[in-house]
Design a protein around this ligand. Structure first.
Ligand code: ZN
Length: 649
C-alpha cells in the first residue's frame, strides 16, 4: 500500500498555457537486480531516441521550427525578461509538450503570442551557424519558409505528415483496399509503418519507416540500443521478443511485427516490460498510420497482488452479488491485469501520458492470443499527489472529516474501485437465453458502465475487502462513496459547457448513480445537498444505507441488461443521467474557474545515473528526479536529435 501521509516528494515541476508539468517517481527501482536495471537503461535510451520521429510525423515543419526556436532560446543574449521573450519561451514549451505546433489534445495549431518582427530580430541577432540552414540557405530563406507556418493561422491549421504528394483520402483508402484479402483471418496492419507518397507521374507508393528507409537516422540508433539490451533480457522469451522487434525495424515487415506482438502478449513472466514502435493510429484521420511511442516499465508486485486477489475470488463475488440468481454467472473466468511502474516515457507517451495501456491493437491477435492490460499506478499516484492541496477538494468537500478520509484512503479506494470495475464488474452477469446483446441500443454503454461501477461500489463496503486484505479499514470505503457522489452530483459538471447536456457515457453513468441514490434516499436524508455561504456541498448522512441503495440499483440495472428491457433502461438514463440543473452548473463552474487549475497535465522523466567502477563496468544505476522541464527538453534535443532539422524543400 502506498503511504501518502509521509510523501513529501514535490510533484509539481512547471506550469504554462493550459498545462501543468509533474514528475513521477518509480518506487521499487532500487530493489531491482543490476541486470534488470541495465535492461531498463538500454530500453530507456531506445525510448528517447524516437522523439524526432514523432515530431516529423505530426508536421513536416516541426523539427525545423523546434531547432530554430531552441537556437534562439539558447543563444539570444539580449533582454530575456520582456513580455515577448516570455511568450516565446511559452510557445517553445508548448511545442515541446505537443511534439509540434499543433495542440496535443485538440490538434489545432496554437498561436505564438509574439509578433513575427520580434522573432525576425532575434534570429538575426544570433550566429547563423546555430540555425538549421542548408549550405546555400540564408536566414531570409528560413524566415520565408517558416514564418507563414508559425504565424499565419490559415497555413496548416491541422496537419500530419502521413501522406505526401497531394494524395487524397480516397486514393489512400483505395491503395490499401486493393491489398486486403477479406478471407485472410490474420491480416497484417496494412500501412501502419509508412508514409504514403504520390510520386511525379502519379504513382503511389509506401515509404517505409525502417532502417535503410524513412527515419533510418533515428531507427538505426534504436536498433543498436535494442541490441545492447539483449544480454540483459530476463529470459529466452524476452530475448526473442527484442530480436523480433529488431528484425521488424530492419525489414519493415508487418508479419514480423505481428509475430513480435504475439510473443510479447504471451510473456507474462518478465518483470521488466516495454513498448517501442509505431503503435496507435489516433493521429491519422484515416486510422491507418501509427505514431511512434515507447514506455519502459516493471511490474508493481504489491499492487498486482491486489488485482490477483480480486481475480482469484471472482466466483465468490459473483455468487454473492445482490442481483437475481437467474442473472448470475455460474462459472466466472478469471481476468488478469497487472499494475506497472513506468521509468521512461517516449514519443507519443511523453510528456502527456496514458494511465492504462491495453495492447496489441490487431483484432485477430486479441481474439486468438489475448491482450495485456496494465494500469500505470505511479502515474495515477503522481496525479493524486499533485491534486492534494491544489485547493479542489478544499473547495468542494463538505468538512474536515471527509477531507481526512479522502486524504488517507482516497487513492487506494479509487484504484480498488477501478480494479473491481474492470476485473469483475464488466465480466459479471449473464443475458437470459434469446436476449439480443444490442437490445439497449444507444443507452447500452451508459448502462454497462453503470453496472460495472455499481458492482465495484457495492463490494467496496463489503467485509470481504478487509478480510482479503484489500482495504486496511472497514470505514475506508467512505472515501470512495463520498468522492463518487460529489463527482456525480457536482464536480464533473466543470467539464460540461454552459447550456449543454451530459453526453459522454462515463459521465452519464456517474450522474445516473448519484442522482438516483440522492432521490431514492431523500425520505431518509441518506444524501443531502447543503448550502453554506451560498455554495452547494454533498453531505452523506448514512453510508450503510447508501450501500443498500447501490445494491437495489445494481439489481435493477442487471435485470435490465439480462432481460434486454430497453424501455426501463431508457427511462433510467433519461430521468437521471442527461439533464443538468443550470443554476448548480453555473455555480460549480464558477468555483472551479476561481481555482485556476490546468486542464492538461504531463510529465518529465527521471534521469538515469550510471555508476561505474575503475574498470568502466556499470555497478549500479540510480534514478534522479531533479531535472527541470526546460532542462530535460533541451538535453533531449542535444542528445537525441537524429533526424535532419532542415526546412522541407
Ligand atoms: Zn468500464
Amino acid at each position: 500500500m502506498k503511504a501518502p501521509d509521509n510523501d513529501t516528494f514535490d510533484y509539481a515541476v512547471d506550469r504554462f498555457a493550459d498545462i501543468q508539468i509533474l514528475r513521477y517517481r518509480a518506487p521499487g527501482f532500487d530493489t531491482l537486480s543490476l541486470k534488470q536495471k541495465q535492461l531498463i537503461y538500454h530500453l530507456s535510451e531506445a525510448a528517447l531516441m524516437g522523439r524526432d520521429i514523432l515530431f516529423d510525423q505530426k508536421c513536416r515543419y516541426n523539427l525545423a521550427i523546434r531547432h530554430t526556436l531552441e537556437a534562439v532560446y539558447t543563444h539570444y543574449a539580449g533582454d530575456r525578461e520582456n513580455k515577448n521573450f516570455q511568450s516565446l519561451e511559452t510557445y517553445l514549451k508548448r511545442i515541446w509538450f505537443s511534439n509540434g505546433i499543433h495542440h496535443h489534445y485538440g490538434n489545432e495549431k496554437f498561436a505564438p503570442g509574439f509578433p513575427a518582427e520580434y522573432l525576425d530580430a532575434l534570429l538575426r541577432s544570433i550566429s547563423p551557424s546555430a540555425l538549421p540552414l542548408r549550405k546555400e540557405e540564408t536566414i531570409d530563406d528560413l524566415i520565408g519558409k517558416l514564418f507563414p507556418v508559425i504565424f499565419h493561422p490559415d497555413v496548416l491549421p491541422r496537419d500530419n505528415n502521413y501522406y505526401a504528394g497531394g494524395i487524397t483520402p480516397q486514393e489512400a483508402e483505395n491503395f490499401y483496399a486493393q491489398q486486403k484479402d477479406p478471407a485472410d483471418p490474420t491480416p497484417i496492419s496494412y500501412g501502419l509503418n509508412s508514409r504514403l507518397e504520390k510520386q511525379a507521374g502519379g504513382r503511389i507508393a509506401e515509404n517505409v519507416w525502417k532502417t535503410g528507409g524513412l527515419y533510418t537516422e533515428a531507427l538505426e540508433p534504436i536498433v543498436a540500443e535494442l541490441k545492447e539490451a539483449l544480454p540483459y533480457a530476463e529470459n529466452k522469451t524476452q530475448e526473442n521478443i527484442i530480436r523480433h522487434l529488431i528484425r521488424y525495424y530492419e525489414t519493415g515487415n508487418l508479419r514480423t511485427f505481428d509475430a513480435y506482438n504475439i510473443l510479447w502478449v504471451q510473456d507474462t513472466v518478465s518483470e521488466v516490460d516495454f513498448v517501442n514502435g509505431f503503435i496507435e493510429t489516433y493521429g491519422d484521420p484515416l486510422g491507418i498510420k501509427a505514431s511512434w511511442e515507447s514506455t519502459v516499465n516493471f511490474i508493481d508486485k504489491e499492487a498486482t497482488r491486489r488485482t490477483e486477489i480480486i481475480s482469484t475470488n471472482a466466483q465468490w463475488f459473483e455468487d454473492h452479488s445482490p442481483v437475481d440468481e437467474r442473472f448470475r454467472k455460474k462459472e466466472v473466468k478469471g481476468v488478469s491485469a497487472k499494475v506497472i511502474t513506468v521509468v521512461m516515457l517516449g514519443g507519443d507517451c511523453y510528456p502527456a501520458t496514458p494511465i492504462g495501456i491495453n495492447l496489441p491493437n490487431a483484432d485477430w491477435i486479441r481474439r486468438d492470443h489475448g491482450s495485456k492490460s496494465v494500469t500505470i499506478e505511479n502515474i495515477t499516484h503522481a496525479y493524486d499527489q499533485a491534486s492534494q492541496g491544489n485547493g479542489f477538494n478544499e473547495e468542494f468537500v463538505w468538512s474536515d472529516a471527509e477531507l481526512e478520509s479522502i486524504r488517507r484512503y482516497g487513492f487506494l479506494t479509487n484504484n480498488l474501485h477501478t480494479d473491481l470495475h474492470e476485473c469483475l464488474g464488466h465480466g459479471s452477469g449473464i443475458l437470459l437465453a434469446g436476449v439480443d446483446p444490442d437490445a439497449l441500443k444507444s443507452h447500452s454503454s451508459t448502462l454497462e458502465e453503470t453496472r460495472a461501477d455499481l458492482f465495484g461500489l457495492y463490494y467496496m463496503a463489503d467485509n470481504q475487502m478487509t478480510r482479503l486484505g484489500l482495504l486496511p479499514d472497514p470505514e475506508a470505503y467512505k472515501a470512495e462513496y463520498y468522492q463518487y457522489i460529489m463527482n456525480g452530483l457536482l464536480t464533473q459538471l466543470v467539464r460540461i459547457e454552459p447550456g449543454k447536456d451530459i453526453e459522454e457515457a462515463h459521465m452519464r453513468n456517474r450522474q445516473l448513480i448519484a442522482r438516483w441514490a440522492y432521490e431514492h434516499g431523500q425520505d431518509e436524508q441518506v444524501i443531502e445537498l447543503k448550502k453554506r455561504n451560498n455554495k452547494t456541498y454533498v453531505v452523506i448522512n448514512d453510508y450503510p444505507r447508501l450501500r443498500t441503495l447501490f445494491a437495489t440499483l445494481l439489481a435493477e440495472v442487471q435485470r435490465i441488461k439480462s432481460e434486454g428491457d430497453y424501455q426501463a433502461g431508457k427511462r433510467l438514463v433519461e430521468t437521471y443521467a442527461i439533464k443538468v440543473d443550470p443554476a448548480l452548473h453555473a455555480e460549480i463552474r464558477e468555483r472551479y474557474a476561481a481555482l485556476k487549475l490546468s486542464p492538461y497535465r504531463g510529465f518529465v522523466n527521471p534521469v538515469m545515473k550510471v555508476t561505474k567502477n575503475s574498470q568502466g563496468e556499470t555497478v549500479d544505476i540510480h534514478l534522479d528526479y531533479t531535472e527541470s522541464y526546460t532542462g530535460q527538453m533541451l538535453r533531449y534535443s542535444r542528445n537525441y536529435s537524429f533526424l535532419p532539422a532542415y526546412c522541407p524543400e
